[in-house]
Design a protein around this ligand. Structure first.
Ligand code: NAP
Length: 489
C-alpha cells in the first residue's frame, strides 16, 4: 500500500530547547524523516534556540549526530542529510533574558509563511517564552506555539499557565502536545469506531463488560528522578496519557472530524467521570530487582529520597456516569519497572446471553485489543470451532490487524507520533492536541485523588521490580470477578 504524502507549506520552526533530549531524540530526527519522505520541503527554516553557545555549523553537527542515532535508519549517506541540514540554524537564546531575541526576530520571516515555536523546555519557562515572543514582535495572529507536557501540576497551576499563554495567544494558536494522540493506533481507534458500522452499536455498557487501559514500562525513573519524585505516576501518566485514551474510547461520535467537535466530546467524558473512591485505587512503588540491586535499584534509591512517598504505579477503577457507560467500569493501570513494556487498551465484551454449546464450551468472550506498543495494531478475539473431528469444541482466535505489516510492508517503521504531530502543527490541525479546558477538567478529576492520599498520609505499596505491580492491583479486579490482561515479557 503506497501512502500519499502531501508536502506541507513552507514554514519557520523555532525549537526552544533545541539542544535538549527531546529535540535530539524526537524532534530533529522526526523532521528529517518527514524531509526524506518529501513532506518537509527544501527551504523550510528550522532554528534551534537554547542558552549554550553554538554556531550554525556546530548545531548542524549536533543534529546530524542525533539523526544518525535516532533517525530510524533513514539514508544519511546519499546527500539527503546534508541537504536537510542546510535548513538548520542556531541562535543562542536565553528564555529568561534578552540574549538572542533580536537575532531570532530578524531570522524569522515576515513573508507570510507559517511560523511555529516549539517550547521544548521545562514548563517553568513557558510563560517567559510566551512573553518574549510577544514583546519581540514574533507573536502575530497566525503563528503557533507547541507546548510540551507537563501542563501544570494541578488545576491551579494549569489555570495559571493557560491564562499566561492566553495573554499573548488565542486558543487556536496553542498546541498542547500529548504524543500518545499522535500514535497510528490511537488515530485508528477513531477510524475503527466511527468508520465502521460493526462496532458502534455494541460500544456501550449493554454489550461491553469493562474496559482496561494499561501503560506498562520496564524502565525505572532513570535520569528523571528529581522531576519524577515531585510528580509521580498519577501526574506524569494518568492525568494526561491514560485520560486521553479513556476519552477516545468513551466519547460520543463527534458530528464531524473537526478539532473542536472532537475535543468537545472528549471534554464531556472527563466531566462525566465520577470521583474515584479511595478503595478503588492502588498506588505502588517499586523495590529493587532482587539480585540486581546495582543495575536496578529501588525507586527510593533511584530518586535518592529514602522517605519518598511518590507512586511509580497506579491502578484504579473509574466510572463514567452517562447513558452509554453506566455499569461498565474502566480499569486504568500504569507503572514503571514492570514485567513488560506494553501499552494496550482492551475492550472486553459480555458473555453471550445463552450458551448453546453446553458446559464444555467454556467461557468465551470477544475481546478487542488496541495495542499502542510494542507492535501497534488492533486484534479482535473471536470464538470459532476448534478445527478437526473432535466435536463442537470452541476456541478463541485473533483477527489481527498489525499496522506495521499492513501499512509498511517493506519493514520500515511507521512515522513516529512526534512526526505526525509536528506536521499537524504546520497544517494548523488541532484535533490531536489538548484544549485548555480539557487539561483543566482532567486536573479537576485528578486533584482530589492526590489530595486524598496526602490527607490520609498514605504510602504506596511496595512491588517487586519486574512484576505486574502490587498484589492489591490484582485484588481490585478480583473483587469484581475480573482480571487484568497479562503484562507479560
Ligand atoms: P532537557 O534535555 O533538560 O533540555 C532542556 C532544553 O532547554 C535544553 O536545550 C536547554 O539548553 C534549554 N534551556 C534550559 N534553560 C533555558 C533557558 N533559560 N533559555 C533557553 N533555553 C533553555 O529537557 P528535555 O528532555 O528535552 O525536555 C524538554 C521538555 O519536553 C520538558 O518540558 C519535558 O517535560 C518535555 N518532554 C520531554 C520528553 C523526553 O523524552 N525528553 C518527553 C515528554 C515531554 P541550555 O541548557 O543550553 O539552555
Amino acid at each position: 500500500m503506497v501512502s500519499r504524502i502531501i508536502p506541507v507549506e513552507p514554514f519557520d520552526l523555532v525549537i526552544f530547547g533545541g539542544t535538549g533530549d527531546l529535540a535530539r531524540r524526537k524532534i530533529l530526527p522526526g523532521l528529517f524523516r518527514r524531509y526524506c519522505d518529501g513532506q518537509v520541503l527544501p527551504g523550510a527554516r528550522i532554528i534551534g534556540a537554547a542558552r549554550s553557545e553554538h554556531d550554525d555549523t556546530e548545531y548542524r553537527q549536533f543534529a546530524a549526530d542525533a539523526i544518525r542515532e535516532f533517525g530510524g535508519g533513514r539514508a544519511c549517506e546519499d546527500g539527503t542529510l546534508e541537504a536537510f541540514l542546510e535548513n538548520l540554524s542556531y541562535v543562542t537564546t536565553d528564555a529568561r533574558g534578552t540574549q538572542g531575541w533580536d537575532e531570532l526576530a530578524s531570522r524569522i520571516s515576515n513573508d507570510g509563511r507559517i511560523k511555529a515555536f516549539y517550547f521544548s523546555v521545562g514548563p517553568g519557562l513557558f510563560g517567559d517564552l510566551a512573553e518574549r515572543l510577544h514583546s519581540y514582535g514574533m507573536a502575530d495572529a497566525d503563528c503557533r506555539i507547541v507546548v510540551e507536557k507537563p501542563f501544570g501540576r494541578d488545576l491551579a497551576s494549569a489555570r495559571t499557565l493557560n491564562a499566561t499563554l492566553a495573554a499573548h495567544f488565542n486558543e487556536s494558536q496553542i498546541y498542547r502536545i500529548d504524543h500518545y494522540l499522535g500514535k497510528e493506533t490511537v488515530q485508528n481507534l477513531m477510524a475503527v469506531r466511527f468508520g465502521n458500522m460493526l462496532f458502534e452499536p455494541l460500544w456501550n455498557s449493554q454489550y461491553v463488560d469493562h474496559i482496561q487501559i494499561t501503560v506498562a514500562e520496564t524502565v525505572g525513573v532513570g535520569g528523571r528522578g528529581e522531576y519524577y519524585d515531585k510528580s509521580g505516576a498519577m501526574r506524569d501518566m494518568v492525568q494526561n496519557h491514560l485520560m486521553q485514551l479513556l476519552c477516545l474510547i468513551a466519547m460520543e461520535p463527534p458530528a464531524k472530524f473537526d478539532p473542536d467537535a472532537v475535543r468537545d466530546e472528549k471534554l464531556k467524558v472527563i466531566r462525566a467521570l465520577d470521583p474515584v473512591e479511595p478503595h478503588h485505587i492502588v498506588r505502588g512503588q517499586y523495590d529493587a530487582h532482587a539480585g540486581q540491586e546495582d543495575a536496578h535499584p529501588s525507586y527510593r534509591d533511584a530518586v535518592e529520597n529514602p522517605r519518598s512517598s511518590t507512586e511509580s504505579f497506579v491502578a484504579l477503577k473509574a466510572h463514567i456516569s452517562n447513558w452509554r457507560w453506566a455499569g461498565a467500569p474502566f480499569y486504568l493501570r500504569t507503572g514503571k519497572r514492570l514485567a513488560a513494556r506494553s501499552s494496550e487498551i482492551t475492550v472486553v465484551f459480555k458473555d453471550t446471553p445463552h450458551n448453546i454449546f453446553g458446559a464444555d464450551a467454556g467461557r468465551h468472550r470477544n475481546v478487542l485489543s488496541i495495542r499502542l506498543q510494542p507492535n501497534e495494531g488492533i486484534t479482535l478475539g473471536v470464538t470459532i470451532k476448534e478445527p478437526g473431528p473432535g466435536g463442537m469444541r470452541l476456541v478463541d482466535v485473533p483477527l489481527d490487524m498489525s499496522f506495521a505489516e499492513a501499512l509498511a510492508p517493506d519493514g520500515e517503521d511507521p512515522p513516529d507520533a512526534y512526526e505526525r504531530l509536528i506536521m499537524d502543527v504546520i497544517r494548523g490541525n488541532q484535533t490531536l492536541f489538548m484544549r485548555g479546558d480539557e487539561v483543566e477538567a482532567a486536573w479537576a478529576w485528578t486533584d482530589p485523588i492526590i489530595a486524598g492520599w496526602e490527607a490520609r498520609k498514605e504510602f504506596p505499596k511496595p512491588y517487586e521490580s519486574g512484576s505486574s505491580g502490587p498484589t492489591d492491583a490484582d485484588l481490585l479486579m478480583q473483587r469484581d470477578g475480573r482480571k487484568w490482561r497479562g503484562v507479560s515479557p
